[in-house]
Design a protein around this ligand. Structure first.
Ligand SMILES: [Zn+2]
Length: 55
């Protein structure tokens, strides 16, 4: 049941309040999916995002 999907660690940092979120992501049809919607401060678009592929 474990397929070799592309799995990523996504490091999201809010540029407004500095809050940091470490998420697991998956590449689906060329788009990164993390389930992340917005920061605690209601910021939805102003982030520093770093994506790291899991081995
Ligand atoms: Zn924030």
């Amino acid at each position: 049941m474990l397929r070799s999907e592309n799995r990523y660690i996504v490091d999201v940092r809010c540029k407004k309040c500095g809050e940091r979120f470490i998420l697991k992501g998956r590449m689906k049809k060329g788009k990164m999916e993390t389930g992340f919607k917005r920061c605690l401060c209601d910021n939805e678009e102003d982030f520093d995002v770093q994506v790291e592929k899991l081995p």
